[in-house]
Design a protein around this ligand. Structure first.
Ligand SMILES: Cc1cc2nc3c(=O)[nH]c(=O)nc-3n(C[C@H](O)[C@H](O)[C@H](O)COP(=O)(O)OP(=O)(O)OC[C@H]3O[C@@H](n4cnc5c(N)ncnc54)[C@H](O)[C@@H]3O)c2cc1C
Length: 388
């Protein structure tokens, strides 16, 4: 089947669905192709934390600013996907006390509201916390559902005329000389082939960004990084509990529905389609969780799951040359392949977090609009997603 549109979006995670919504809200005709179901990749298998930015407040201030700003926006536009749990950053007896003032200063500098509680005050609010908790700092963390966010964005985009094709992987990116002119996709249930001509193709395929770019004959160096999470069968805490220290493995507990989710690990892998959960990862998540909430030791492990972080790593020698064509953020990357590789009509958006997916979409759609000579501002932060 032959189709035509202005923009094709590849990938139905938080980023791709936000891109589709933004494009159509600015009046462009757009279609999204997803190889599985919506949020089937990282966005449906992540830790579930709507970041306040606290985790990045000391080491990565630009990322922290993005998180606190987007945290506020998503609460307004997607309340149906969010449970406003609040969060604690807890300091345990063995933790370095010197980190606490640095953390509080970092939060203040980027505008994250905090309150310092004693261990006893924190335990009055969260009785399951360890007696080893010396201090807790309150932050506006929350729990967020990837499926609700993605389906809400698609429902909104459809109101603006978008089309989506699920279980329809893009198998070729079509080029005419130095320009991408569309895609070929195959419906997995019917075998139907789609040849779609488009002015622009946006790859929003998260950890698969490297594989997708290769379909256009372009190299996007990714370092897929897996993280394992452990789900326990009840919910001893109401809030997100983070360890107040330099970010490392196993230092966050997120309440999700009737469960809590412990996570995560961070292990570089070769291929975002080839990985498994290892026993040491599960043991580490449990050991670290027990330090903050001792009753975890007696809880039943319900299941474990794993997802792959979309980490982009530009080759060092190419970094200076690439700078001009890459809208750099410590947190995410908009790769304009016209500037970087001399191939027009194609852009990759990758990296970042689910918390910043709306902002990522805004930046990439700004670029696509500029390249297409369209001057319509983003409105995705103003209009709520449809509910139901
Ligand atoms: C372990 C872990 C924990 C995390 N925890 C958090 C957290 O608590 N809070 C937070 O904000 N962020 C978190 N993140 C980061 C966040 O989950 C991701 O950054 C975000 O979900 C990425 O969304 P995406 O849409 O870019 O990618 P994805 O959600 O991976 O979407 C990409 C989509 O592209 C599709 N695709 C791939 N190839 C093709 C093709 N050829 N044709 C069609 N479709 C294709 C895939 O099926 C997939 O659905 C976590 C990440 C990991 C790995």
């Amino acid at each position: 089947m032959k189709l035509e549109t202005q923009v094709v979006v590849i990938g139905g995670g938080a980023t791709g669905t936000a891109v589709l919504r933004d494009l159509t809200m600015r009046g462009l005709k757009a279609m999204l192709f997803e190889r599985g179901n919506l949020s089937e990749g990282t966005s449906g298998n992540f830790h579930g934390l709507l970041h306040s930015g606290g985790r990045y407040a000391v080491k990565d201030k630009p990322a922290a600013v993005e998180c606190i700003e987007e945290n506020d926006i998503l609460r307004r536009i997607a309340p149906q996907a969010i449970e406003d749990t609040g969060g604690f950053f807890v300091t345990l007896d063995d933790d370095d006390e010197a980190f606490l003032p640095i953390f509080l200063k970092g939060c203040a500098e980027v505008g994250i509201p905090t309150e310092l509680l004693s261990g006893d005050e924190a335990r009055r609010l969260e009785p399951a916390l360890s007696p080893q908790v010396r201090h807790a700092v309150t932050v506006p963390d929350a729990s967020i559902d990837g499926w609700d966010l993605c389906t809400g964005a698609v429902a909104s985009a459809k109101e603006y005329g978008a089309r989506t094709f699920l279980y329809t992987p893009v198998v070729e990116i079509l080029r005419q000389g130095d320009r991408v002119v569309g895609i070929k996709a195959v419906d997995q249930s019917t075998g139907d082939e789609y040849i779609v001509h488009a002015d622009y193709v946006v790859s929003a395929t998260g950890p698969w960004a490297g594989k997708t770019a290769r379909l256009a004959g372009i190299e996007v160096p990714m370092v897929p990084n897996k993280g394992t999470m452990v789900v326990l069968d009840s919910r001893p805490v109401k809030r997100v509990i983070n360890r107040c220290r330099k970010p490392t493995d196993g230092d966050i507990i997120v309440p999700v529905g009737t469960t809590i989710v412990l996570g995560t690990t961070s292990v570089n892998i070769e291929d975002p389609d080839e990985f498994s959960i290892e026993e040491w990862e599960v043991d580490l998540m449990l050991d670290e969780g027990i330090k903050m909430v001792p009753m975890i030791e007696d809880m039943r492990l319900q299941r474990c799951f794993v997802a792959v972080r979309p980490l982009y790593e530009p080759p060092v020698e190419a970094e200076e040359e690439a700078e001009e064509g890459r809208e750099v953020s410590r947190a995410f990357y908009v790769l304009d392949h016209e500037q970087l590789d001399g191939v027009g009509g194609f852009v990759t958006i990758t990296g970042g977090k689910l918390t910043t997916s709306r902002l990522m979409a805004e930046k990439v759609v700004d670029l696509v609009c500029a390249r297409m000579g369209i001057d319509v501002p983003c409105r995705t932060h103003l209009e709520p997603l449809p509910t139901g």
